[in-house]
Design a protein around this ligand. Structure first.
Ligand code: AHR
Length: 649
């Protein structure tokens, strides 16, 4: 009876998204024993096991990790002045441009009028400015007259107060780059930029850019240091990029093309973002990709955060949800350039500095190869049209680069006829890994903790490439995080099959998101880590080196009494790592039978996420230590908790 009440209460809460539980945690007297073969490795955990998946969604790139503060710096959005508020005489021109692939520029003219001429840029929901830090305003400009023209540069607060002013003088009729350093003494979350002509004359400007000096590692064209640090703190083993749906594109023309994302940033052609709309109530017609964060920068970021790069390339199909006829897809006889893009990408990443594409990488600043080991072809594609296209990619990559691991897809569903069809085709094609995606409700996550126990051990491995627990509200919550933690015990227990996994999406701007939940939220100045983030971090920082057997009555611990558990050995630190999740409202007393431990005492380190408020979004893990008698260690597992124990062997 007790169990039944408990189950009802839990499932009610889970499906209705109830936040604070109506009951108090209580003890459940039942004695439970878990057996752990603490010193017998079953199989290794791949160093790539837990990673991150980056997509330019929710303003994750432009307006997010890419530190550029100016929106539409190249005047290439469909409405060329989108993001800008012109005043006075302002025109868009394209004759005799500065950048061939971004030909539009702005012409500002000023005579003796009373009204001034200039432009304001709104940034990405404003510009985050920090007092005492330096910002580089740069532009390419020329004058149409003989005399130089001065421009006033101002930073303006949300309350319309000018808090930094500098001047720039432009001279000569040829395009030249200019740079001015701003050193504001005021912090603003939603500042904007104003440029005003001071002298009479006509001036052309393009690629108007504002970057903080303090990007990650102070790199020019760099990334927001706080967001990179948040990724590093996850200790990711794999870094999947650049999407997601943006790889496919809303149309064939707007698919992601990596070759457009390398070389000088000024000449990378702007592309509309697939996420300019999602749900009817959230439209972002101003969502474009400057591609300033391109494939070179993605590879560099992988290196910075210590993860193996995993680029995803378009397979010749655009988004199948958007395009159900063949007009927007490449025919089979048109596929060769797409395949060549994949081969060239491998050369760009791994080729010598004297190879055609390796040379470009070297010229961009990275003579050493990036040591690419994985490539994914296609995102959420389905049907025979995907399989037919993937096949020639696999053949070409295998022939030229037999060591590269190829990731194929299983479509947007996590089960069903289409999923089964794709899996059988992936086996036929002998891809190395199959990418599975699941954005599912809490019950699904809990019941799928056993998902991989029965997977074919001789088939391609699994890449859980996009997953997140979605409650009814689709908000981040401790509830979702807890269900993810429970599910992930099943990933760890099956680390011989599941070799990579990445939560999705990764980033979201609090004022400009299209999709939730997300792992990391940010505004223009700050970062907010979710309980879901900490679950990922607790797994990745405690992945250990080898999985060991953890059972109750010789069965995996995957839901009985609301408990989920897995264990790993860390051969480097000589510790046993136990992860245990209690998704129920009862405290549980567990005897851990640590086979292989001699009689004695151990001090274990404990990290725990626990709350009775399942809607909690502020939760952070606590750290403590505990004395244990081994080999039969007794532990009390709190209700609604995820804990990691590190026990010295
Ligand atoms: O992560 C958000 C989107 O979900 C991805 O772009 C796509 O692959 C999936 O449908």
């Amino acid at each position: 009876m007790k169990t039944k009440i408990q189950k009802l209460a839990c499932l009610c809460c889970l499906s209705a998204g109830i936040s604070v539980l109506p009951v108090c945690a209580q003890d459940n007297a039942q004695e439970i024993q878990f057996d752990i073969q603490a010193k017998q490795s079953l199989f290794p955990v791949q160093s790539t096991m837990y990673g991150v998946f980056f997509e330019d969604i929710n303003f994750g790139a432009d307006g997010g990790i890419y530190a550029e503060l100016v929106k539409n710096r190249s005047f290439e959005f469909q409405d060329a002045l989108m993001g800008w508020i012109p005043f006075g005489t302002v025109k868009i021109e394209e004759k005799d441009p500065c950048f061939e692939r971004n030909p539009h520029y702005v012409r500002l003219s000023f005579g003796q009028e009373i009204t001034q001429t200039g432009l304001e840029n709104e940034g990405f929901k404003g510009m985050g400015i920090k007092a005492g830090e330096s910002y580089f305003l740069s532009t390419y400009a020329r004058v149409q007259s003989k005399r130089p023209v001065r421009i006033r540069i101002e930073l303006i607060s949300e309350s319309n107060h000018i808090f930094e002013t500098k001047e720039l003088t432009v001279s000569g009729n040829d395009w030249k780059k200019y740079q001015v350093t701003l050193t504001p003494q005021q912090t603003e979350k939603r500042a904007h930029l104003r440029l005003t002509l001071i002298d009479p004359g006509t001036i052309d400007m393009d690629h108007i850019s504002l970057f903080p000096e303090n990007t990650y590692k102070k790199r020019p064209n760099g990334l927001r240091a706080d967001l990179v640090e948040a990724l590093k703190d996850l200790h990711p083993g794999i870094f999947r990029f650049p999407g997601g749906c943006i790889v496919e594109g809303t149309t064939r023309a707007t698919r992601y093309q990596w070759k457009n994302t390398i070389g000088p940033v000024e000449n990378r052609p702007t592309n509309i973002n697939r996420w300019f709309y999602t749900f009817s109530y959230r439209k972002f017609p101003d969502y474009y990709q400057s591609l300033g964060l391109g494939f070179y920068e993605y590879f560099l970021l992988s290196e910075d955060i210590g993860a193996e790069p995993l680029p995803v390339l378009n397979c010749g199909l655009s988004c199948q949800y958007e395009n159900d006829d063949m007009d927007e897809h490449a025919r089979l006889d048109e596929l060769q350039p797409y395949i060549q893009d994949a081969l060239d990408l491998i050369e760009f990443a791994n080729g010598s500095a004297s190879s055609k594409w390796g040379k470009i990488r070297a010229e961009m600043g990275h003579p050493a190869p990036f040591n690419l080991k994985f490539i994914a072809i296609g995102n959420e594609q389905w049907g025979s049209i995907y399989v037919e296209r993937l096949k020639p990619f696999v053949e070409a990559i295998r022939a030229k680069y037999p060591d590269i691991k190829i990731v194929g897809g299983s479509g947007p569903q996590a089960s069903g006829e289409e999923f089964d069809y794709l899996w059988s085709e992936m086996k036929n094609l002998q891809v190395d890994l199959v990418d599975e995606h699941y954005y599912r409700h809490p019950e699904w996550f809990l019941s799928n903790a056993k998902r991989y126990d029965s997977y074919d051990r001789n088939a391609p491995k699994v890449f859980a490439g996009e997953y997140a627990c979605h409650t009814d509200t689709q908000a981040n919550s401790f509830l979702a995080a807890l269900c993810e933690a429970a599910f992930m015990t099943g990933l760890e227990r099956n680390a011989d099959v599941v070799q990579l996994c990445t939560y999705a999406p990764l980033f979201a701007h609090v004022d400009a998101w299209q999709w939730r939940p997300d792992l990391i939220w940010f505004d223009n100045l700050s970062v907010f880590k979710t309980p879901n983030y900490y679950v990922q971090q607790m797994y990745s920082r405690n992945k250990g080196t080898d999985v060991v057997k953890l059972t109750r009555n010789n069965q995996p611990v995957a839901g009985e009494n609301d408990l989920y558990a897995s264990a790993a050995l860390d051969k480097q630190t000589n510790e046993l790592i136990i992860k245990v999740v209690n998704t129920g409202m009862y405290r549980r007393s567990i005897t851990w039978n640590l086979e292989g431990f001699a009689d004695g005492k151990r001090t274990a380190k404990v990290q725990s996420l626990q709350s009775l408020d399942l809607g909690n979004t502020q939760l952070v893990p606590t750290e403590s230590s505990i004395e244990l008698d081994v080999p039969k260690a007794k532990l009390t597992i709190k209700p609604f908790s995820f804990s990691v124990y590190r026990i010295p062997l």
